[in-house]
Design a protein around this ligand. Structure first.
Ligand code: ZN
Ligand code: MN
Length: 140
């Protein structure tokens, strides 16, 4: 089993979360595929493996994993949320044509938070950066 999967399952057990086969498959899918899927896409992928599983089950599991901090829910405008396994901090580039989400690993822009704090007096807790444009496939 993938190390991250194993480690995350251990932490879920410590938190006394029951590891159902569906829950494990959803988690594994998110960890092994860096596709930022919607709940519906995860459901489509696992439907043959778990014919009795509903979209609601997938969604509830994703919400649970998000609430526990293992997964990040990304909302882009009014389209369905996309889910990302929350390993290392990173930013995202989003294709405005096909909706593909690509990871950007770049040092945290912490200076932005300092500037924002200075300018607004806010006690800044987080920030979010998204780059929009056309992915390589959509440029042709
Ligand atoms: Zn694209
Ligand atoms: Mn990502």
């Amino acid at each position: 089993m993938n190390y991250l999967v194993e480690q995350t399952i251990e932490r879920l057990k410590e938190a006394r979360v029951r590891i159902t086969p569906q829950r494990q498959a959803i988690l594994e899918y998110l960890i092994l595929h860096d596709l930022h899927p919607t709940a519906d896409e995860v459901y489509q992928e696992l439907a043959t493996q778990f014919p009795n599983m509903s979209v609601a089950t997938v969604y509830n599991n994703l919400r649970l994993l998000t609430k526990m901090g293992f997964v990040k829910e990304m909302k882009f405008g009014d389209s369905s949320s996309r889910f990302d396994f929350a390993s290392t901090e990173h930013y995202h580039a989003i294709c405005s044509n096909c909706g593909k989400v690509e990871d950007i690993y770049y040092p945290g822009l912490d200076a932005v938070e300092d500037v924002a704090a200075d300018l607004t007096g806010f006690k800044v807790e987080s920030h979010r950066l998204e780059v929009y444009g056309l992915c390589p496939e959509c440029q042709v």
